[in-house]
Design a binder for this molecule. Structure first.
Ligand SMILES: [Fe+2]
Length: 265
């Protein structure tokens, strides 16, 4: 059939009926198809199923990341639970800094995996009291790049890789691996750097005693603007004032922070 024909009625009624019937059948089949789909969707079951599948998938990814973080921490017995605490503190800081919900998840995963590159380091290097040669130090300092490289084949993790790569950059540009300074350093990496420093300071005892929360925060404030982003350190002080951070004995028992029930908004 030529639908562009100039004739008003270019085919006879018989043919037209055949055409109409054909069209009608096509339409009817189309309507039946959509009705089936709508019935399916209206029941809500498919939608619910998809929602459940997404949640299950997210739970699986989350579980795998925690398992990986635990494997990282196992490499260094001095820092047991460190990765999980850094991820959690980074989220608290992100919330305090009013970062979007999607970024909070990135902060948690970036915090969990920030030391991923240590997984390839020889264990003796991480033992207490180990002495390091210049070559050892270079190897240890390569862990941000190694972590970044490990995840480079997984598409979609660029934001997390940025945290891993830049968590040892310093505000004054004296950090590594790229010597970024100030706001050249991605904000997420600056946040994880503060969380990382807080947990490391809280972990190290001075004279056999754990530091108090106040002295830890005082030390952080001194480091603001030289190695750390002052605005993020300020956020940490606010989070501490809300009573969300724990150090000392409670922390040693594995309770590093008061994890709020509404972790993500
Ligand atoms: Fe690190």
């Amino acid at each position: 059939m030529n639908v562009l024909t100039p004739a008003v009625d270019s085919f006879d009624m018989g043919k037209r009926t055949v055409f109409d019937q054909g069209l009608e059948n096509e339409l009817a089949a189309g309507v039946d198809f959509f009705a089936d789909e709508m019935t399916h969707w209206n029941a809500g079951s498919r939608l619910e199923e998809l929602h459940k599948e997404v949640l299950q998938y997210r739970g699986l990814v989350r579980g795998l990341l925690f398992a990986l973080a635990s494997a990282i921490d196992t490499k260094d017995p001095r820092t047991h639970g460190h990765s999980v605490r850094v991820g959690t503190i980074a989220v608290l800081l992100g919330k305090e800094l009013k970062r979007p919900s999607r970024e909070l998840e990135t902060l948690e995963f970036g915090g969990l995996l920030h030391d991923l590159g240590k997984i390839g380091l020889p264990e003796p290097l991480l033992e207490t009291g180990a002495t390091w040669s210049a070559a050892d130090e270079a190897l240890i300092r390569s862990h941000p790049e190694q972590g970044d490289r490990i995840l480079s084949r997984v598409p979609g993790l660029e934001a997390i890789r940025e945290i891993i790569r830049h968590h040892h950059e310093r505000w004054d540009g004296q950090g590594f691996p790229d010597g970024l300074r100030g706001k050249e350093i991605p904000l997420t990496a600056r946040i994880v750097a503060v969380a990382n420093r807080f947990d490391s300071l809280a972990e190290h005892t001075s004279g056999g005693k754990s530091r108090s929360l106040d002295s830890t925060l005082q030390k952080m404030a001194e480091e603001a603007q030289s190695s750390l982003d002052g605005r993020v350190v300020e956020a940490l002080i606010h989070v501490a004032a809300e009573g969300l951070l724990r150090i000392g004995k409670e922390r040693c028992a594995g309770i590093a922070i008061e994890r709020p029930t509404s972790f993500y908004p």
